[in-house]
Design a protein around this ligand. Sequence first.
Ligand SMILES: NC(=O)C1=CN([C@@H]2O[C@H](COP(=O)(O)OP(=O)(O)OC[C@H]3O[C@@H](n4cnc5c(N)ncnc54)[C@H](OP(=O)(O)O)[C@@H]3O)[C@@H](O)[C@H]2O)C=CC1
Ligand SMILES: CC(=O)N[C@@H](CCC(=O)OP(=O)(O)O)C(=O)O
Length: 347
Amino acid sequence: MVKVGIVGGTGYTGVELLRLLAQHEDSEVVAITSRAEAGRRLDELFPNLRGYYDLAFSEPDVDLLASCDVVFFATPHNVAMHLVPELLAAGTRVIDLSADYRIRDAELWSQWYGEPHASPELLADAVYGLPEINREQIAKAQLVACPGCYPTAIELGLIPLLESGLVEPSNIIASAASGTSGAGRQAKIDNLASEVSGSFKAYGVGGHRHLPEIEQCLSLLSGSDVSLTFVPHLLPMVRGIHATLFARLNKPGEQSIEDLQRLFENRYRDEPFVDVLPNGTFPQTRAVKGANHCQLSLMIPQQRDTVVVMSTIDNLVKGASGQAVQNMNIMLGLPEDRGLRQVGLLP
Ligand SMILES: NC(=O)C1=CN([C@@H]2O[C@H](COP(=O)(O)OP(=O)(O)OC[C@H]3O[C@@H](n4cnc5c(N)ncnc54)[C@H](OP(=O)(O)O)[C@@H]3O)[C@@H](O)[C@H]2O)C=CC1
Ligand SMILES: CC(=O)N[C@@H](CCC(=O)OP(=O)(O)O)C(=O)O
């Protein structure tokens, strides 16, 4: 049995990790932290987990965490970077759901995250945890930085186009919308039901911290500088991300939609969690709700020069905790879909 610790067990991604790991035959959660709820039983707070765990929350104690085989950080940014060095030194594998180790350049990281990085020496060795591009490195990694939720949806939608060099890397637009659980469980006026219900708005248009992460990933992949206009929106629902991506074809008219459909299907043929829908069908967030799947479809409207890709995920599953469990499975040499066979919750 793999002994698992979770730092930040009362947040949305922490409790989603617990839901997924309750169905994971090869792991046992032995430590779960919350400073605010230390001493309280897990199932007092989360009744859906009654009968699955006999555990109480504890303070984030490094010795306890270092006794685990794998520790997940489901904490806000700027927390993991202080604790991870000690855990790595103790031989523990770390899977960080926050952004602390996603960006390789410590200067760039601190521009977006507002303080100097506390363990910049680890940035070069941390592996970006998107299995669809980094599976082999993840298998050998001791520290995996899980991608953000918007980056997961956007990168999966653009990988085949950029890898093949078919689109202009400097002229890509990503318009994406997220449910409110993307903002975490902490109380914020902007996320009250009375503020969000029956409404739809953009935010972060002038610059969102996921922009440098997406540009870094796609630039490394394509071998040229990718630049993106990224506009996130808040949707009046709890779970789900829908990203609509617009990219200019380098040689319009040379590729038909059938060619691009084949490109995507071939790229993702062996990927257990990326599903390219038949041409003409559009992905919807409810079909991936609760599941570790990304569903994609694409079109070239009016056969002009722009390819439009639509990409959907559940922000808490493929966008966070599901992808984190997928990374754990790869790191430990377990079947990649262990604990991740949930089907989307329609309706
Ligand atoms: N929500 C989403 O869809 C996604 C989230 N992420 C990332 O995952 C991480 C967790 O997100 P989410 O679950 O939404 O966050 P929440 O705000 O819902 O939960 C945060 C958790 O971290 C704990 N925590 C907060 N500060 C500290 C600290 N200084 N030391 C130790 N524990 C701390 C909190 O418990 P306590 O304060 O009691 O200790 C709580 O359990 C974030 O980095 C987020 O950006 C990534 C992808 C998607
Ligand atoms: C709806 C909403 O507010 N979403 C969050 C992003 C979600 C997220 O989890 O960002 P990380 O993966 O970088 O942690 C936001 O825009 O800040």
